[in-house]
Design a binder for this molecule. Structure first.
Ligand code: PLP
Length: 349
Protein backbone atom coordinates (compact mmCIF):
# COMPACT_ATOMS: atom_id res chain seq x y z
CA UNK A 1 0.00 0.00 0.00
CA UNK A 2 1.30 3.44 -0.99
CA UNK A 3 0.09 6.29 1.20
CA UNK A 4 0.11 8.72 -1.70
CA UNK A 5 -2.29 6.51 -3.67
CA UNK A 6 -4.82 6.95 -0.86
CA UNK A 7 -4.78 10.75 -1.10
CA UNK A 8 -7.47 12.79 -2.82
CA UNK A 9 -6.33 13.92 -6.28
CA UNK A 10 -6.65 17.64 -5.49
CA UNK A 11 -4.50 17.18 -2.38
CA UNK A 12 -1.85 15.29 -4.35
CA UNK A 13 -1.72 18.20 -6.77
CA UNK A 14 -1.92 20.96 -4.12
CA UNK A 15 0.82 23.54 -3.97
CA UNK A 16 0.78 24.80 -0.36
CA UNK A 17 0.82 28.45 0.68
CA UNK A 18 4.34 29.63 1.24
CA UNK A 19 4.69 31.96 4.24
CA UNK A 20 7.18 34.78 4.57
CA UNK A 21 8.90 32.66 7.21
CA UNK A 22 9.05 29.64 4.89
CA UNK A 23 10.91 31.72 2.34
CA UNK A 24 13.37 33.27 4.76
CA UNK A 25 14.23 31.72 8.14
CA UNK A 26 17.76 32.83 8.93
CA UNK A 27 18.79 35.68 11.17
CA UNK A 28 18.30 39.24 10.00
CA UNK A 29 18.30 42.61 11.73
CA UNK A 30 15.16 44.00 10.22
CA UNK A 31 12.11 41.98 9.20
CA UNK A 32 10.02 43.83 6.65
CA UNK A 33 8.69 40.74 4.91
CA UNK A 34 5.45 39.77 6.66
CA UNK A 35 3.47 42.98 7.15
CA UNK A 36 3.71 42.68 10.92
CA UNK A 37 3.65 45.69 13.26
CA UNK A 38 7.30 46.50 13.98
CA UNK A 39 6.37 48.76 16.93
CA UNK A 40 5.26 45.91 19.15
CA UNK A 41 1.95 44.56 20.47
CA UNK A 42 -1.05 46.15 22.11
CA UNK A 43 -0.47 43.67 24.95
CA UNK A 44 2.26 43.65 27.57
CA UNK A 45 3.89 40.59 26.07
CA UNK A 46 5.10 40.89 22.49
CA UNK A 47 3.21 38.82 19.93
CA UNK A 48 3.73 41.08 16.95
CA UNK A 49 5.69 38.45 15.00
CA UNK A 50 4.08 35.46 13.31
CA UNK A 51 4.80 32.17 15.11
CA UNK A 52 7.02 29.45 13.65
CA UNK A 53 4.76 27.64 11.15
CA UNK A 54 6.84 24.47 11.63
CA UNK A 55 6.93 24.58 15.47
CA UNK A 56 10.55 23.44 15.33
CA UNK A 57 11.46 23.95 19.02
CA UNK A 58 8.32 22.25 20.29
CA UNK A 59 8.79 19.28 17.95
CA UNK A 60 12.42 18.95 18.99
CA UNK A 61 11.42 18.69 22.66
CA UNK A 62 8.51 16.32 21.99
CA UNK A 63 10.91 14.24 19.93
CA UNK A 64 13.31 13.89 22.88
CA UNK A 65 10.51 12.82 25.23
CA UNK A 66 8.70 10.45 22.87
CA UNK A 67 11.76 9.07 21.08
CA UNK A 68 10.36 9.94 17.65
CA UNK A 69 12.20 12.06 15.06
CA UNK A 70 10.66 15.55 14.60
CA UNK A 71 9.75 14.86 10.98
CA UNK A 72 7.33 12.16 12.17
CA UNK A 73 5.48 14.66 14.38
CA UNK A 74 2.55 16.85 13.37
CA UNK A 75 1.25 19.48 15.80
CA UNK A 76 -2.35 20.59 15.52
CA UNK A 77 -4.71 23.10 17.08
CA UNK A 78 -5.89 20.31 19.37
CA UNK A 79 -5.99 16.74 18.11
CA UNK A 80 -9.35 17.78 16.67
CA UNK A 81 -7.45 19.63 13.93
CA UNK A 82 -5.53 16.46 13.03
CA UNK A 83 -8.81 14.51 12.84
CA UNK A 84 -10.29 17.08 10.45
CA UNK A 85 -7.13 17.30 8.31
CA UNK A 86 -6.84 13.50 7.99
CA UNK A 87 -10.40 13.36 6.67
CA UNK A 88 -9.77 16.26 4.29
CA UNK A 89 -6.54 14.71 2.99
CA UNK A 90 -7.79 11.19 2.36
CA UNK A 91 -11.57 11.28 1.91
CA UNK A 92 -13.20 12.54 -1.27
CA UNK A 93 -16.49 14.25 -0.29
CA UNK A 94 -19.64 12.37 -1.34
CA UNK A 95 -17.58 9.37 -2.41
CA UNK A 96 -15.35 8.00 0.34
CA UNK A 97 -16.24 6.80 3.84
CA UNK A 98 -14.71 6.35 7.25
CA UNK A 99 -15.45 3.71 9.90
CA UNK A 100 -16.10 4.65 13.53
CA UNK A 101 -16.70 2.27 16.41
CA UNK A 102 -19.44 3.55 18.75
CA UNK A 103 -19.84 4.34 21.50
CA UNK A 104 -16.84 6.58 20.90
CA UNK A 105 -15.58 10.15 20.60
CA UNK A 106 -18.11 12.22 18.64
CA UNK A 107 -15.67 14.39 16.69
CA UNK A 108 -14.76 11.75 14.10
CA UNK A 109 -18.36 11.68 12.91
CA UNK A 110 -18.81 15.45 13.04
CA UNK A 111 -15.57 16.12 11.14
CA UNK A 112 -16.66 13.61 8.48
CA UNK A 113 -20.13 15.15 8.22
CA UNK A 114 -18.67 18.65 7.78
CA UNK A 115 -16.61 17.28 4.90
CA UNK A 116 -19.55 15.41 3.34
CA UNK A 117 -17.85 12.09 4.03
CA UNK A 118 -20.02 9.07 4.85
CA UNK A 119 -19.65 7.49 8.28
CA UNK A 120 -20.04 3.74 8.67
CA UNK A 121 -20.67 2.70 12.25
CA UNK A 122 -19.56 -0.65 13.60
CA UNK A 123 -20.51 -0.88 17.29
CA UNK A 124 -17.93 -2.22 19.72
CA UNK A 125 -18.58 -5.71 21.08
CA UNK A 126 -20.43 -5.95 24.43
CA UNK A 127 -17.09 -5.86 26.28
CA UNK A 128 -16.31 -2.65 24.32
CA UNK A 129 -13.52 -4.38 22.38
CA UNK A 130 -13.31 -4.43 18.56
CA UNK A 131 -15.73 -6.56 16.57
CA UNK A 132 -13.16 -7.51 13.93
CA UNK A 133 -15.50 -9.55 11.73
CA UNK A 134 -18.09 -6.77 11.49
CA UNK A 135 -15.40 -4.20 10.77
CA UNK A 136 -14.03 -6.37 7.95
CA UNK A 137 -17.55 -6.72 6.53
CA UNK A 138 -18.06 -2.96 6.42
CA UNK A 139 -14.77 -2.09 4.70
CA UNK A 140 -15.19 -1.36 1.00
CA UNK A 141 -13.03 0.21 -1.73
CA UNK A 142 -14.13 3.69 -0.59
CA UNK A 143 -13.19 3.19 3.07
CA UNK A 144 -10.19 5.44 3.72
CA UNK A 145 -9.88 5.75 7.50
CA UNK A 146 -10.77 3.63 10.54
CA UNK A 147 -10.83 5.57 13.83
CA UNK A 148 -9.96 3.58 16.95
CA UNK A 149 -10.02 5.38 20.29
CA UNK A 150 -7.87 3.71 22.95
CA UNK A 151 -8.50 4.15 25.83
CA UNK A 152 -11.96 4.75 24.45
CA UNK A 153 -14.12 7.73 25.30
CA UNK A 154 -16.75 7.35 26.83
CA UNK A 155 -16.30 3.70 27.83
CA UNK A 156 -12.85 4.16 29.41
CA UNK A 157 -11.32 0.81 28.40
CA UNK A 158 -8.16 0.37 26.36
CA UNK A 159 -8.54 -1.55 23.10
CA UNK A 160 -6.58 -4.81 22.78
CA UNK A 161 -3.48 -3.83 20.72
CA UNK A 162 -3.43 -7.27 19.06
CA UNK A 163 -6.81 -6.42 17.49
CA UNK A 164 -5.50 -3.05 16.36
CA UNK A 165 -2.61 -4.87 14.68
CA UNK A 166 -5.02 -7.18 12.88
CA UNK A 167 -6.62 -4.09 11.37
CA UNK A 168 -3.25 -2.48 10.58
CA UNK A 169 -2.18 -5.64 8.77
CA UNK A 170 -5.37 -6.12 6.78
CA UNK A 171 -6.89 -2.72 6.08
CA UNK A 172 -5.61 -0.87 3.02
CA UNK A 173 -6.21 2.57 4.42
CA UNK A 174 -5.34 4.85 7.32
CA UNK A 175 -5.77 3.53 10.88
CA UNK A 176 -6.02 6.32 13.45
CA UNK A 177 -5.42 5.31 17.05
CA UNK A 178 -6.59 8.17 19.28
CA UNK A 179 -4.59 8.00 22.51
CA UNK A 180 -5.93 11.12 24.23
CA UNK A 181 -6.07 9.14 27.51
CA UNK A 182 -2.98 6.95 27.10
CA UNK A 183 -1.20 8.51 30.12
CA UNK A 184 -3.82 7.00 32.45
CA UNK A 185 -3.65 3.53 30.91
CA UNK A 186 -1.85 0.31 31.79
CA UNK A 187 -1.64 -0.25 28.05
CA UNK A 188 1.43 1.19 26.34
CA UNK A 189 1.23 3.56 23.37
CA UNK A 190 1.10 2.26 19.79
CA UNK A 191 3.87 4.75 19.00
CA UNK A 192 6.35 1.88 18.99
CA UNK A 193 4.44 0.31 16.08
CA UNK A 194 4.95 3.33 13.82
CA UNK A 195 8.14 1.97 12.29
CA UNK A 196 6.22 -1.08 11.06
CA UNK A 197 3.02 0.49 9.73
CA UNK A 198 3.07 3.43 7.29
CA UNK A 199 -0.73 3.61 7.59
CA UNK A 200 -0.76 4.09 11.38
CA UNK A 201 -1.52 7.51 12.86
CA UNK A 202 -1.27 7.90 16.64
CA UNK A 203 -3.02 10.93 18.15
CA UNK A 204 -2.07 12.37 21.53
CA UNK A 205 -2.92 15.67 23.17
CA UNK A 206 -1.87 18.25 25.73
CA UNK A 207 -5.54 18.61 26.74
CA UNK A 208 -5.87 15.83 29.31
CA UNK A 209 -2.90 14.64 31.43
CA UNK A 210 -0.89 17.80 30.69
CA UNK A 211 -3.71 20.02 31.89
CA UNK A 212 -3.63 22.32 28.86
CA UNK A 213 -7.06 21.94 27.25
CA UNK A 214 -7.29 25.72 26.96
CA UNK A 215 -4.13 25.98 24.85
CA UNK A 216 -5.39 23.74 22.02
CA UNK A 217 -2.28 21.69 21.23
CA UNK A 218 -2.52 18.14 19.90
CA UNK A 219 -0.04 15.79 18.29
CA UNK A 220 -0.15 13.24 15.50
CA UNK A 221 2.67 10.75 15.08
CA UNK A 222 2.87 9.00 11.71
CA UNK A 223 4.94 7.97 8.71
CA UNK A 224 6.60 10.68 6.63
CA UNK A 225 4.04 10.76 3.78
CA UNK A 226 1.20 11.24 6.28
CA UNK A 227 2.95 13.95 8.31
CA UNK A 228 4.01 15.71 5.12
CA UNK A 229 0.48 15.90 3.80
CA UNK A 230 -0.89 17.18 7.11
CA UNK A 231 1.74 19.91 7.11
CA UNK A 232 0.92 20.73 3.52
CA UNK A 233 -2.80 21.31 4.13
CA UNK A 234 -2.84 22.83 7.64
CA UNK A 235 -3.32 26.56 7.99
CA UNK A 236 0.20 28.02 7.99
CA UNK A 237 0.26 29.43 11.52
CA UNK A 238 -2.00 26.86 13.18
CA UNK A 239 -0.27 26.95 16.59
CA UNK A 240 -0.16 30.40 18.17
CA UNK A 241 3.01 31.83 19.69
CA UNK A 242 1.77 31.59 23.31
CA UNK A 243 0.58 28.02 22.71
CA UNK A 244 3.99 27.00 21.39
CA UNK A 245 5.75 28.70 24.30
CA UNK A 246 3.48 27.28 27.00
CA UNK A 247 3.53 23.75 25.58
CA UNK A 248 7.32 23.91 25.45
CA UNK A 249 7.43 25.03 29.06
CA UNK A 250 4.99 22.31 30.11
CA UNK A 251 7.36 19.67 28.79
CA UNK A 252 9.81 20.63 31.55
CA UNK A 253 7.25 19.59 34.16
CA UNK A 254 7.16 15.85 33.50
CA UNK A 255 7.46 15.02 37.19
CA UNK A 256 4.49 17.18 38.16
CA UNK A 257 2.38 15.62 35.42
CA UNK A 258 3.41 12.10 36.39
CA UNK A 259 2.39 12.82 39.98
CA UNK A 260 -1.01 14.07 38.81
CA UNK A 261 -1.44 10.93 36.75
CA UNK A 262 -0.69 8.72 39.77
CA UNK A 263 -3.10 10.74 41.86
CA UNK A 264 -5.88 10.60 39.27
CA UNK A 265 -5.47 6.84 38.78
CA UNK A 266 -5.55 6.25 42.55
CA UNK A 267 -8.66 8.44 42.93
CA UNK A 268 -10.30 6.73 39.94
CA UNK A 269 -9.84 3.31 41.50
CA UNK A 270 -11.13 4.54 44.85
CA UNK A 271 -14.20 6.14 43.28
CA UNK A 272 -14.88 2.98 41.27
CA UNK A 273 -14.90 0.94 44.50
CA UNK A 274 -17.24 3.37 46.27
CA UNK A 275 -19.63 3.54 43.31
CA UNK A 276 -19.78 -0.25 43.06
CA UNK A 277 -21.24 -0.38 46.62
CA UNK A 278 -24.18 1.91 45.87
CA UNK A 279 -27.66 0.44 45.29
CA UNK A 280 -28.53 2.62 42.30
CA UNK A 281 -25.33 1.68 40.48
CA UNK A 282 -25.82 -1.17 38.02
CA UNK A 283 -22.25 -1.33 36.74
CA UNK A 284 -18.94 0.51 36.93
CA UNK A 285 -17.01 -0.15 33.73
CA UNK A 286 -13.26 -0.78 34.05
CA UNK A 287 -11.33 2.37 33.16
CA UNK A 288 -7.89 3.07 31.72
CA UNK A 289 -8.70 6.80 31.49
CA UNK A 290 -9.27 9.81 33.75
CA UNK A 291 -13.00 9.15 33.95
CA UNK A 292 -15.45 6.40 34.83
CA UNK A 293 -18.46 5.20 32.86
CA UNK A 294 -21.17 4.15 35.28
CA UNK A 295 -24.47 2.50 34.46
CA UNK A 296 -27.17 3.52 36.92
CA UNK A 297 -30.84 2.69 37.48
CA UNK A 298 -32.10 6.19 36.66
CA UNK A 299 -29.54 8.32 34.83
CA UNK A 300 -31.84 11.36 34.44
CA UNK A 301 -32.62 11.43 38.15
CA UNK A 302 -28.97 11.09 39.19
CA UNK A 303 -27.82 13.69 36.67
CA UNK A 304 -30.44 16.21 37.83
CA UNK A 305 -29.71 15.54 41.48
CA UNK A 306 -25.97 16.19 41.00
CA UNK A 307 -26.67 19.28 38.89
CA UNK A 308 -28.95 20.70 41.62
CA UNK A 309 -26.04 20.21 44.00
CA UNK A 310 -23.58 22.01 41.77
CA UNK A 311 -21.81 19.00 40.25
CA UNK A 312 -21.86 18.49 36.50
CA UNK A 313 -21.21 15.08 35.01
CA UNK A 314 -21.69 13.94 31.41
CA UNK A 315 -24.99 12.28 30.66
CA UNK A 316 -24.26 9.58 28.06
CA UNK A 317 -27.48 7.66 28.75
CA UNK A 318 -29.08 8.55 25.42
CA UNK A 319 -26.29 6.95 23.38
CA UNK A 320 -27.52 3.72 21.81
CA UNK A 321 -24.61 1.64 23.10
CA UNK A 322 -24.42 2.99 26.63
CA UNK A 323 -28.00 3.25 27.82
CA UNK A 324 -28.38 4.48 31.39
CA UNK A 325 -24.73 5.54 31.61
CA UNK A 326 -23.14 8.60 33.18
CA UNK A 327 -19.52 9.59 32.54
CA UNK A 328 -17.70 11.04 35.53
CA UNK A 329 -14.36 12.82 35.19
CA UNK A 330 -11.96 12.29 38.11
CA UNK A 331 -11.43 15.59 39.91
CA UNK A 332 -9.27 16.63 42.86
CA UNK A 333 -9.45 14.59 46.06
CA UNK A 334 -11.80 17.18 47.58
CA UNK A 335 -14.04 17.27 44.51
CA UNK A 336 -14.25 13.50 44.40
CA UNK A 337 -15.07 13.37 48.11
CA UNK A 338 -17.87 15.90 47.62
CA UNK A 339 -19.22 13.74 44.79
CA UNK A 340 -19.01 10.63 46.97
CA UNK A 341 -20.86 12.37 49.83
CA UNK A 342 -23.59 13.48 47.45
CA UNK A 343 -23.95 10.06 45.87
CA UNK A 344 -24.14 8.35 49.26
CA UNK A 345 -26.96 10.73 50.22
CA UNK A 346 -28.65 10.07 46.88
CA UNK A 347 -28.46 6.35 47.63
CA UNK A 348 -30.61 6.79 50.74
CA UNK A 349 -33.19 9.07 49.06
C1 PLP B 1 -10.47 14.99 24.75
C2 PLP B 1 -10.24 14.15 23.56
C3 PLP B 1 -9.40 14.57 22.55
C4 PLP B 1 -8.65 15.86 22.68
O1 PLP B 1 -8.92 16.74 21.72
P1 PLP B 1 -8.09 18.09 21.69
O2 PLP B 1 -8.60 18.70 20.44
O3 PLP B 1 -6.63 17.73 21.62
O4 PLP B 1 -8.43 18.86 22.92
C5 PLP B 1 -9.16 13.74 21.47
N1 PLP B 1 -9.74 12.53 21.41
C6 PLP B 1 -10.53 12.09 22.39
C7 PLP B 1 -11.09 10.73 22.31
C8 PLP B 1 -10.83 12.89 23.47
O5 PLP B 1 -11.65 12.44 24.43
Amino acid sequence: MEIKDLLRDNIKALKPYSTARDEYQDQADIFLDANENAHGSATEKAYNRYPDPKQALLKERISQIKGIPPRHIFIGNGSDEAIDLLIRAFCEPKRDNIIVLPPTYGMYEVAAAINAVTVKKVPLAPDFQLDLDSIAEQVDAQTKIIFICSPNNPTGNAIDPRDVEVILNNFEGIVVVDEAYINFSRQSSMIRELTEYPNLVVLQTFSKAWGLAGLRVGMAFASLPVVEVLNKIKSPYNISQPSQEEALEALNSLEKVNNWIKDIVRERNKLANVLAQLDFVVKVFPSDANFLLVQVKDADKMYTYLLENGVIVRDRSKLEECKGCIRITIGTTQENQRLIDLLQQFNTL
